[in-house]
Design a protein around this ligand. Structure first.
Ligand code: MN
Length: 425
């Protein structure tokens, strides 16, 4: 932990720098003058409201809302409203600014989101442990504006990234809450990257030795892995080039947490995990032909390497309920090692990594849109049908819904339905 020594002039310049970085990121989503003016107004209010406050690290508090705003725009791809709300997310709860003032400056929508964020914060801080009922309340806010949950996730992600400055008992409390609630939510919203980072950070604080052990093993085996990947992908690259594909190909190592899970749930050693990495081929193709082009690339890969028939996963024809689309195939390498190859378009990759927010930018894909809408509707219905006292049942149902795999069934009229494993008619 580094010791923070404040110097007013350095801090002023650093703040300015952070603000400029934020504006640079915002420019990618909007160039509207009024949008930028609103963001500046939100920034000024937040700077002033938090001016006497510092974080546990000693840094000015304002660095936190700026970091959260940065996550919403550059890691979640959210809009101007989300950036404004992220900048102001702690002012009503922690400072003298009122919701009425927020409404006056930014209108009812921003005020509603900040009110939602303030209420969620209240639910957390008044309790020593996580209770079922609170969980229900949190998920209920999904029905107000999804941005409440997304900004809350960004807030939690930044708090987890800066958790080293907290005391050990606080670290454990925050990490357990994150593992229990936020990582599953990120998963359900299809924010794969954020979910993975949250889980890895949780493990780092909950099981520091196991975490360090895996990090070290990944580091020592890195060179061998990379050599294998470059040999394995070379013939694929040659064929894709011959066929005139525009693509990216990379080796994707399993997350630290999923390696940990494999070791503990399957009782295997690090060395025995056969799918420690996968090959990902991301193809740059127009939306209209992406499915055909991906299957053509599949054909190229399986001409070079023998596929394992029972390991084909077609989430292109049948996207998962959280919007995930990809074609996974496991093939035999010349050295006798099974390797998973994931094929997807750039659009699919964006959706897979950044989730829900990315869906909004690909509105033409109605199938994915409606899968997400269906899920949100289902969550709302489930919650409305449960009374306060039944919250524990609800948690079980929700967690079950989060973690079990899905099956696909057809109605007599031939319509596809996604259901949880074990569902009955
Ligand atoms: Mn916060």
């Amino acid at each position: 932990m580094e010791v923070y020594s404040p110097d007013p002039e350095t801090e002023r310049l650093e703040l300015l720098h952070k603000y400029k970085e934020l504006l640079k990121a915002v420019e990618k989503i909007t160039t509207d003058k009024e949008d930028i003016n609103h963001i500046r107004k939100a920034f000024e209010i937040a700077v002033d409201a938090h001016k006497e406050m510092r974080r546990k690290s000693g840094e000015p508090y304002i660095y936190h809302p700026i970091a959260v705003a940065m996550i919403t725009v550059s890691e979640m791809g959210l809009d101007t409203t989300a950036v404004i709300c992220a900048l102001l997310h702690d002012v009503v709860e922690d400072t003298d600014i009122t919701i009425e003032e927020i409404t006056k400056y930014f209108g009812p929508q921003v005020a509603m989101i900040i009110d939602g964020l303030t209420k969620i914060a209240g639910v957390f801080d008044n309790t020593k442990s996580i209770q079922a009922e609170n969980f229900r309340k949190i998920v209920l806010t999904l029905s107000d504006d999804i941005r409440v949950i997304l900004i809350k996730l960004a807030d939690r992600l930044h708090n987890m990234r800066t958790l080293e400055h907290m005391k050990r008992d606080k670290q454990l409390k925050i990490a357990s809450e994150t593992m229990f609630m936020y990582a599953p939510l990120a998963h359900r919203l299809g924010l794969y990257k954020i979910k993975t980072e949250l889980e890895d950070l949780c493990l780092k604080y909950i099981e520091p030795e196991a975490y360090d052990d895996i990090v070290n093993k990944l580091a020592t085996t890195k060179a061998v892995r990379e050599r294998f990947i470059s040999r394995f992908t070379l013939p694929i690259k040659n064929s894709l080039n011959d066929q005139g594909y525009k693509y990216q190909i990379k080796g994707r190592t399993k997350s630290i947490y999923s390696i940990y899970q494999k070791i503990h749930e399957k009782g295997v050693s690090f060395e025995e995990i056969y799918d420690i990495f996968a090959i990902r081929i991301i193809i740059d193709v127009p939306f209209e032909v992406e499915k055909a082009e991906i299957w053509r690339a599949y054909s190229i890969v399986t001409d070079l390497y023998q596929p394992k028939p029972d390991r084909l996963r077609d989430w292109i024809s049948f996207p998962r309920a959280n919007g995930y689309e990809s074609l996974h195939v496991t093939v035999m390498s010349p050295t006798g090692k099974w390797v998973e190859v994931q094929l997807r378009s750039m659009r699919m990759d964006d959706v897979a990594e950044r989730g829900l927010a990315a869906h909004w930018r690909y509105k033409e894909n109605n199938a994915v849109e409606s899968a997400m809408d269906d899920w949100l509707t289902k969550v709302r219905e489930t919650m409305e049908s449960h009374n306060e006292g039944e919250a524990v049942d609800f948690i079980d149902a929700f967690k079950l819904n989060l973690y079990t795999d899905e099956i696909y069934v057809f109605t007599p009229k031939g319509e596809l339905r996604t259901m949880a494993v074990g569902s009955t008619a």
